[in-house]
Design a protein. Structure first.
Length: 107
């Protein structure tokens, strides 16, 4: 009887852990998929940073229908910035867009 109860408790514990952690794992995977190369945004335009700009503000301007975090990620990737998120007025940024002038980002 004790062995039977131990098996039931183990099953309930594992099922509970899966129930609690699985949504977070799936959400994390979905977010990583969303951060991938933007479809339809395969060419670039150049944006000159103005006083008061931030990557968040620029992402919201160019990608109004997309989560700004995703837009910031695309900007960081297009400009090979890694995790350095500091921009200054006068900086030129490659912005992935659907109707820009450049087939490839400027170095």
């Amino acid at each position: 009887m004790k062995v039977e109860m131990r098996k039931i408790l183990t099953f309930v514990l594992i099922a509970t852990l899966l129930f609690i952690t699985l949504p977070g794992i799936l959400d994390s995977y979905a977010k990583r998929q969303q951060l991938r190369k933007p479809e339809g945004y395969t060419i670039y335009t150049i944006y000159t940073v103005q006083q008061g700009d931030s990557l968040w503000k620029i992402a919201k301007h160019y990608y109004p229908d997309i989560d700004p975090r995703t837009g910031v990620h695309w900007l960081l990737e297009a400009n090979s910035m890694g995790k350095a998120k500091t921009i200054y007025p006068g900086d030129s940024l490659n912005v992935p867009v659907s109707d820009g002038d450049l087939p490839d980002p400027l170095e």
